[in-house]
Design a binder for this molecule. Structure first.
Ligand code: KIV
Length: 269
């Protein structure tokens, strides 16, 4: 049996200068195949609001929906560390409900949770989660749940000053117990500087090659989601075309009487 990846494995990767990989998954089979492929962390990203449920932003998804997807992914991913992205407002109102909501994800099979942003309150949340046995992946730079306060999809940490500010926040999250940090849409040089000055691993989401790990949305990697492609995403396949081709062939076979054939039916004894 393959050895389960834990937060210690992730820290060892950083200590040994070994890169690791993170992909999102939202369903059982995808999680299973990603796991089989050797991806280290499977993230049930709240990006699923857009790519799996068709919403415009991540704001539209709630805790109850994330629970369903967490359960499915956790059943599929046996080796990878399973991380649930905590949705908008699920950890913001008070620390008790943050711990309860995050704890529910662990009960359903997640090994850690991801929370976005920085404030004195978020630091407290990170501390309380960690001391409750819930590992925390932090997320700075562009944080989609703050889309409206940030004023759009904007690159963060574009100056030396802004980079220092992200590093300051990252260090506080590290001290609060976070085991890793996603840096989203940050210039490569800034991400390099932040990575070199942290003990915990950084995970790039459009933050260049110097981070300790890379994360992408699996639907972008597989070429399945086609409404929008971020500049930093790389398409390794064309699932959209594959799905359309298969559906077209099935449609034609049904209409021409070629489906089902003799092997695809049951007969009386
Ligand atoms: O929601 C998501 O998928 C994410 C990652 C891409 C970092 O937050």
């Amino acid at each position: 049996m393959l050895k389960k990846i834990t937060v210690n494995t992730i820290q060892n990767y950083k200590n040994n200068n070994e890169k690791f990989s993170v992909l999102t998954a939202y369903d059982y089979s995808t999680a299973k195949y990603i796991d089989e492929a050797g991806i280290d962390i499977v993230l049930i990203g709240d990006s699923l609001a857009m790519v799996a449920l068709g919403y415009e932003t991540t704001h539209s998804i709630g805790v109850d929906e994330m629970k369903i997807f967490t359960k499915a992914v956790a059943k599929g991913a046996k080796r990878a560390l399973v991380v649930t992205d905590m949705p908008f407002l699920s950890y913001h109102t008070d620390i008790s409900s943050a711990v309860l909501n995050c704890g529910e994800m662990i009960r359903l099979g997640a090994n850690a949770v991801k929370i976005e942003g920085y404030s004195d309150y978020i630091i407290e949340v990170a501390k309380r989660l960690t001391t409750s046995g819930i590992p925390v992946m932090a997320h700075l730079g562009f944080t989609p749940q703050f889309l409206n306060t940030l004023g759009g999809y904007k690159i963060q940490g574009k100056t030396q000053e802004a980079t220092e500010e992200i590093l300051k926040q990252a260090k506080q999250l590290e001290n609060a117990g976070a085991f890793s940090l996603v840096l989203e849409m940050v210039p490569e040089e800034s991400a390099k500087y932040i990575t070199e000055n942290l003990k915990i691993p950084t995970i790039s989401c459009g933050a260049g090659k110097y981070c300790d790990a890379q994360v992408l949305v699996s639907d972008d990697v597989f070429g399945k989601y086609s409404d929008f492609k971020p500049k930093f995403a790389r398409k390794y396949g064309d699932m959209k075309t594959l799905i359309i081709d298969c559906a077209k062939q099935f449609n034609e076979d049904v209409k021409n009487g070629r489906f089902p054939n003799e092997e695809e039916i049951f007969k009386l004894d």
